[in-house]
Design a protein around this ligand. Structure first.
Ligand SMILES: Nc1nc2c(c(=O)[nH]1)N[C@H]1C(S)=C(S)[C@@H](COP(=O)(O)OP(=O)(O)OC[C@H]3O[C@@H](n4cnc5c(=O)[nH]c(N)nc54)[C@H](O)[C@@H]3O)O[C@H]1N2
Ligand SMILES: Nc1nc2c(c(=O)[nH]1)N[C@H]1C(S)=C(S)[C@@H](COP(=O)(O)OP(=O)(O)OC[C@H]3O[C@@H](n4cnc5c(=O)[nH]c(N)nc54)[C@H](O)[C@@H]3O)O[C@H]1N2
Ligand code: SF4
Ligand SMILES: [Mo]
Length: 729
């Protein structure tokens, strides 16, 4: 009787007093989940829920999305514009007009004194696409600096470069629906359950129905690896060797798709010649995967009716990042698995709108996947914007990773950082700190006043964030979805679009160029420019996007009637973007060029993410339900290695590399092999004090995932004190 059902307390769902739900799209990762934010009768966001009718997430959200309404009024938000003349002085609160005037006149002073390209701009993958397009117009057509790039160089640059080399253009060819059609999936350096939880859920559902083999290539036993049929614990930085060996076996055993190769590709002979050297026995000595496993995987993949590969930072963040992507594309071209249901080469994108910046920001070129190197495209865009084509540079300028060294050498004197935090996210942050101190003018435009870079800035623009604004994001599967404004910008912060438009007015050339104020008008301008291109969005507008809960591009104006959705896949009938319409098979000889462990620094340093935190924690560090799960910098170390070094579980240690040191808590776990440690990169003054970040020659992306360290003991009390200070946000 005592335990009878009637005696139990019923579960109560808290009544948060939601008056209306506003449709929007998640602002963290590139999965692109549709969200509704609940607003109470005072207009305050009080709740978040997934949208059941949205194809991407079908009502689900992960731990970050579900608490996203808490970011609006979080601690540390920027409230007023700030200025100062020297970084040793205190900031002074000021009006928007004065802050914008100061920024505009400093940029012009520096450009007049040292040349147009001496002022650099680095943006992000986290603005709305309309904002990216506007910043691109401002940078290219008004300010006129060629040293304009985004943090996507730390993130997606290798994928972009690999897609361009193989297919002639950027643009992921597959979609989430492919999981439901595939017969074999390889995931390279991608930890879906933590980094893209809802893509993982889509994949797992598909696998529960059809039980296709999942093969995970990752040096760490990630959550995805724990759920895989085969885990290939690869030697860091050697994926290209594994890929060559897989192709070797396929060619050797005649498992390749000759018809597809002949019809749709060039270059098979050169690839055959190079992969001949990568027999499974020789390859296994370099990549650490035994020969039989290599043969089994090659056969499974080649014999599957449809096979797909996905990858994320384990591939991109390497000195062979671009080659790794090309290798994955080679594998899929060779087996006829591009543009086919369940057969694809799908880069899992990082930030919520890393795709939008690739498509429309003009960072590495001009809008709509146009290039600076193409005279006709330069002319077309210059005319459209109303400027002299000669004002545009004839080739791409420096990438983010080359901009910082150019500040050191004095080539660049001023910098504008928009929604990125290199003091925590760039490799070798000790060096970045010194670099920022050298600038004559640093402008920081961020939603948070307490972002580390404000310590080195002369002007701070407080920006509105996420659903305080309106516009679109593009997700991993090319789906354009809309962020509707849920609430007013915090305090006196303003939307990035407004800030760019106001900045344009500070330059003489700004009067020549049109800058629409309404996000939907900016969208319509992009849609017009996209007609007939691969990234055709001419059939879309803000209303339709909301109605359909996101639309995949291409979605053309001339056949809106015929299309229920955009195209789920690219290159279904070939039609690659190289001049002859064919894809390129490219040989990839492997060259050992990483920092590898040695006697002085005997352990591999690996770094990445945890599910509850996003990047440098400016957002999730202040959301209790995210921060409380991982409040402290920590390191995964194998128990056998720990025993050898005399390190106890949950004790503090000092990790040392050739660049610097960091104090972290040691977590003993079999997740990492004996010769490796793993540290999440979310914490300031932590793993990126250690990383070297050698650059990929094609993409200029840093090898965040490979480096060498040693471990030293520290005074526990001192370290604990230091760490408590770090936890306080
Ligand atoms: N929770 C959360 N989700 C996020 C983010 C976040 O900060 N937090 N950030 C978003 C962004 S911008 C990005 S780019 C993505 C990143 O998403 P992921 O790339 O999935 O995440 P990471 O943890 O950076 O790295 C993935 C894996 O690469 C492996 N790896 C290391 N070296 C190698 C190697 O040589 N070869 C192979 N094959 N694998 C290797 C690591 O062991 C790690 O498990 O996540 C997005 N989603
Ligand atoms: N060791 C190591 N380092 C890494 C990685 C790794 O795996 N290992 N991963 C790399 C990758 S893939 C990435 S993508 C980078 C990410 O590196 P960052 O881009 O530097 O990191 P975030 O913390 O996302 O910085 C975004 C900033 O934009 C601000 N912000 C948010 N919304 C808005 C907005 O609407 N407007 C404005 N103006 N500001 C806004 C945030 O407050 C934050 O300060 O880190 C890279 N660094
Ligand atoms: S999976 Fe990504 S897009 Fe979806 S709710 Fe989580 S963080 Fe947001
Ligand atoms: Mo990223």
């Amino acid at each position: 009787m005592l335990f009878g059902r009637g005696k139990k307390n019923p579960i109560k769902i808290a009544n948060k007093g939601v008056e209306k739900w506003v449709y929007t799209t998640c602002g963290y990762c590139s999965t692109g989940c549709s969200i509704e934010v609940g607003v109470n009768d005072e207009g305050k966001p009080v709740s978040t829920r997934g949208v059941g009718s949205a194809d991407v997430n079908r009502g689900k959200l992960c731990v970050k999305g579900i608490f996203e309404h808490e970011i609006f009024d979080a601690k540390g938000r920027g409230e007023e514009p700030l200025v100062r003349d020297r970084i040793t002085e205190d900031y002074r609160e000021t009006t928007w007009d004065e802050a914008l005037d100061k920024a505009g006149s400093e940029i012009q002073r520096i450009q007049e004194k040292y040349g147009r390209d001496s002022f650099a701009i680095v943006s992000t993958g986290q603005l709305l696409t309309e904002e990216f397009y506007t910043l691109g117009k401002l940078s290219r057509a008004v300010i006129g600096t060629n040293n304009y790039d985004g943090n996507t160089t730390l993130c997606m640059a290798s994928a972009v470069s690999g897609y361009k080399r193989s297919f002639g253009s950027d643009g992921p060819p597959g979609c989430y629906e492919d999981f439901e059609q595939t017969d074999c999936l390889i995931a390279f350096g991608s930890n879906l359950p933590e980094q893209h939880p809802i893509i993982y859920w889509r994949m797992r559902e598909a696998r529960e129905k059809r039980n296709f083999p999942l093969i995970v290539v990752d040096p760490r036993v990630t959550m995805l690896a724990q759920n895989a049929d085969m885990h290939l614990a690869i030697t860091p930085g050697t994926d290209v060797v594994l890929l060559n060996a897989l192709m070797h076996v396929m060619l050797d055993e005649g498992l390749e798709d000759r018809d597809y190769i002949n019809e749709h590709t060039n270059g098979i002979e050169a690839v055959e010649k190079v992969v001949a050297d990568y027999d499974p026995v020789s390859a296994s000595k370099i990549c650490g995967i035994d020969e039989d496993t290599i043969r089994n995987v090659a056969r499974l993949y080649a014999k599957a009716d449809a096979a797909m590969s996905i990858w994320t930072m384990g591939i991109n963040q390497s000195t062979h990042g671009s080659d790794g992507v090309v290798g994955i594309n080679n594998l899929n071209l060779m087996t006829g698995n591009i543009g086919k249901p369940g057969g694809t080469s799908l880069s899992i994108t990082g930030q919520c709108n890393a795709m939008g910046t690739r498509e429309w920001s003009s960072c590495s070129g001009l809008p709509g996947y146009r290039t600076l190197e193409n005279p006709a495209e330069r002319e077309e865009i210059a005319k459209f914007w109303g400027i002299d084509p000669e004002f545009l540079p004839k080739r791409r300028g420096l990438t983010e990773t080359d901009i910082f060294p150019a500040i050191e050498t004095g080539q660049i004197k001023g910098l504008w950082l928009v929604a990125t935090n290199p003091m925590t996210s760039m490799p070798n942050t000790v060096r970045i700190r010194k670099t920022l101190e050298k600038l004559e003018c640093l402008i920081v435009q961020d939603s948070y006043r307490d972002v580390e870079t404000t310590q080195y800035a002369h002007v701070f623009f407080p920006a509105a964030t996420w659903a305080e604004k309106e516009g679109v994001f593009t997700n991993t599967e090319r789906r354009v979805n809309i962020v509707r404004q849920v609430t007013e910008p915090h305090a006196n912060s303003r939307s990035d679009l407004w800030i760019f438009n106001q900045m344009a007015k500070r330059f003489p050339q700004g009067a020549k160029v049109k800058f629409p104020e309404k996000p939907s008008d900016v969208f319509d301008e992009m849609a017009y420019l996209s007609r007939g291109r691969l990234v055709d969005i001419s059939g879309m507008n803000h209303e339709l996007i909301e109605q359909k809960r996101g639309i995949q591009w291409p979605y053309r104006a001339d056949d809106v009637e015929a299309q229920t959705q955009g195209d789920p896949r690219l290159y279904e009938k070939g039609g690659f973007q190289h001049a002859d319409g064919k894809a390129k098979l490219i040989p990839l000889p492997y060259i050992e060029n990483n920092e590898v462990p040695d006697n002085d620094f005997p352990l591999w340093l690996n770094s990445g993410r945890v599910v509850e935190h996003f990047h440098t924690r400016t957002k999730t560090g202040k959301v209790g339900n995210c921060n409380k799960f991982s409040p402290t910098p920590y390191m995964e170390i194998n128990p056998d290695a720990a025993e050898e070094l005399g390190i106890e579980h949950m004790s503090y240690v000092r990790v040392v590399s050739r660049r610097g040191d960091a104090v972290v808590l040691a977590q003993l776990t079999q997740r990492v092999p004996r010769n490796m440690v793993f540290i999440p990169f979310h914490y300031h003054d932590c793993v990126n004090r250690l990383t070297k970040g050698l650059l990929d020659p094609h993409s200029r992306q840093p090898a965040f995932k490979q480096g060498a360290v040693r471990i030293e003991h520290v005074n526990q009390e001192e370290a604990a004190r230091l760490n408590v200070e770090m936890r306080e946000f």
